[in-house]
Every structure is written in C-alpha cells, then in structure tokens.
Design a protein around this ligand. Structure first.
Ligand code: FO1
Length: 337
C-alpha cells in the first residue's frame, strides 16, 4: 500500500548512497530538471554514469489543479521517463494511454478540455491529491509515487510550497494573467507573454533535502530544460541559486543554432528579453552560476569570462546520444572541479 511505502521513507535516504544495483555511489550528481528535455537528458546520464547517485530537483511551477486534482507535469515526466512508463512520442503522459475519463468529463461539459489527461495518468493525480489532502507534503508524496516507479534517482520537488507560473497576456479578451499551462497548451504560446511570473516564489522554501543535496553534490548539471519556465523557476526559490553558486555547475544549452531543440523556449526567452541563442542563455544564467557550458558545434563561438565552453553535437535523438552528451557534461565538470 502506498502509505506503507511512505513510512519506509528513510529507506529512500539510504538508497541515495547506493545505486539501484546496490553498488556504492562513486559520485553525487544534482540535476535541476523541467519536462521532456530534462527527463531525456537524465535517462542518458543514468546510462553514462551508472555508479553515480543522482538527485533531481524538479520544477513545480507548471503544477495545476484540474477537476480538483493536483497535476505535477514536470515531476511526472521525470518519474515516468526514468521509470519506463512515459509516452515516448509525446514526451509526457503515460504510454498505452486511453482517454475515457477525459471524454466523459467533456460529455458533462466541464472545463478545461484543452489539457489531455489520460486514464492511467488520472490515477497518479488521484493518489497525489489524496495524500496531499491527508497532510503529506509534496516531497513525501513524490517519494511515495517513486516507490512504485523506481526511477533510479531521488526526485525532489523544488519546494513543498505553492509556487505557480502564470503568464500575463493581452488578447481579444483583454489583459490578464493565465496559468502557464493555458498559455503553453491551449494557446501554444501563440500570444506574446508580456510577463512570466512565478506566483508565490518569494514565500516558498526549498523542499526538505534540496539544499543538503546541493551542498553534498560533487557536480551540479543543468540539463537542456527550458531556461525560463523550468530551470528559471527552480532558481527563483530562495536559497537555491545561492547554494548552487558554491558548486561546480555545468549547463547544457537548450538552444542549438538560434532555435530551441524542442518546445517553445524561444517564446519564453523573448518574453524576458533574452536572445534565443546559446550565448543569450549563458549570459542570462550568468558566470556566477555556470562554470562549464556545453554548446552545439554551430555555437562554438559562445564565450563568457569565467566560463569554460565546450562544443559537441547536442541533439538527443536516442538514449545513446543523450548518454554521450551527459558523459561530456560530466567530463567537463570533472575538468573544472
Ligand atoms: N502538453 C500539451 O501540449 N498538451 C497536453 O494536452 C498536455 C497534457 C499533459 C498532461 C499531463 C502532463 O504531465 C503533461 C501534459 N502536457 C501537455 C505537457 C505539459 O504541458 C508540459 O510537459 C510541461 O508542463 C512543460 O514542460
């Protein structure tokens, strides 16, 4: 029973000191992660560094309450991708999914109908909502859900507090703030974002274990997740950016040759006045945070004082390619440490 899984929570701590195969950890890596790009990179990192103990600090700014259920897209994308349950083509949601519940909800005319929740995925949100309602913090709920999925990493939400990304737009319905998911999924970021704000960030605290994991890390990696609404949100949780600035941090550029590899990071970068380029994102993160920056060969001219730039192919067209990129990120980190 999932609650019993929760009571064994301390066991998860011990697991961090051992890899899934029980071997002692040779290197402790912390990775901040958002959705699809981050999850795919992490799957490569597990192949590249099977002996490493990996802690993932997951973005919860995308979280949304729908039909009374709490949905955590980026945590679920990491959990399903590393746990073997992801819909590989979509990059989010469950494999072998059906949508009977969604169709029945639509038959009742309930809104929204633009967010595609599958039947299997609903179970995750029901269990999560049940446990949150019983008073368990999101970090313990996530640990319990991962008890089933065994992702092979320790997955921590960036915070247990409410911090949601909202987007200010101005369209035919006037100037207003909408939830990030409505801008991202219903509007496909087609309406310019005048502002992207993480509502609640100032009052949010890092989830238990987040700052300790960063402090104890041998290396921190920022995967090619969205630098604004995934990595950027995690950096806004008080204390996290400061803790990272003490560590060796290697980032992987999410922009290749002036365009995002996938998703709509360009719409997000434009919204905050940052150029959609490996150079622009590096300057946005800053040399105070980044020590090493992995860029695609076409972006080899990227430079910033105090940052070691390395160029290589960055397209993760399969797990092996993701593993090669992860291997290069770890090598750059080792060189800088
Ligand atoms: N993305 C879409 O483009 N369309 C959807 O209908 C959709 C549903 C959805 C359901 C659960 C979930 O965990 C993710 C879902 N996503 C969908 C992806 C989601 O918007 C993004 O993964 C992140 O929020 C941004 O990384």
């Amino acid at each position: 029973m999932i609650f019993r899984g929760l009571l064994g929570g301390h066991r998860a701590r011990a697991d961090v000191l051992r890899t899934t195969s029980g071997r002692l950890v040779t290197m402790r890596i912390v990775s901040l992660a958002g959705g699809i790009g981050g999850a795919r990179f992490l799957r490569g990192l597990q192949v590249a560094e099977p002996e490493a103990g990996i802690t993932v600090i997951g973005n919860t700014g995308d979280d949304i309450t729908l039909f009374g259920l709490r949905v955590c897209p980026d945590l679920d994308t990491v959990m399903y991708t590393l746990g073997g349950g992801i819909d590989e083509d979509q990059g989010w949601g469950r494999a072998k999914e059906s949508h009977t519940v969604k169709e029945e909800l639509a038959a009742y005319g309930v809104q929204p109908q633009w967010f595609g929740l599958g039947d299997r995925d609903f179970a995750t949100h029901i269990v999560r909502t049940q446990m949150l309602g019983a008073g368990f913090p999101l970090s313990q709920v996530t640990e319990a859900l991962c008890d089933r999925w065994q992702p092979g990493v320790r997955l921590l939400p960036m915070t247990d507090d409410r911090a949601e990304t909202h987007v200010v737009i101005n369209d035919a319905d006037g100037r207003r703030a909408v939830h990030f998911q409505e801008w991202w999924v219903r509007l496909r970021a087609s309406v310019p974002a005048e502002e992207i704000a993480l509502v609640g960030a100032a009052d949010a605290a890092p989830a238990p274990g987040v700052l300790d994991a960063i402090r104890e890390a041998d290396l921190v990696i920022l995967p090619p997740s969205n630098p604004v609404v995934s990595i950027g949100t995690i950096l806004q949780i008080p204390g996290i950016r400061e803790a990272l600035s003490e560590k060796t941090v290697v980032g992987v550029s999410p922009i290749v040759g002036g365009a995002p590899v996938r998703g709509m990071a360009d719409a997000c970068l434009t919204a905050i006045g940052v150029e959609t380029s490996a150079q622009g994102v590096l300057e946005h993160y800053g040399a105070g945070l980044i020590d090493g920056w992995l860029v695609a060969e076409e972006d080899a001219a990227t430079r910033l004082d105090g940052v070691e730039v390395a160029a290589r192919p960055l397209i993760m067209h399969d797990v092996a390619a993701a593993a090669d990129i992860a291997r290069a990120a770890v090598a750059l980190g080792r060189e800088l440490a």
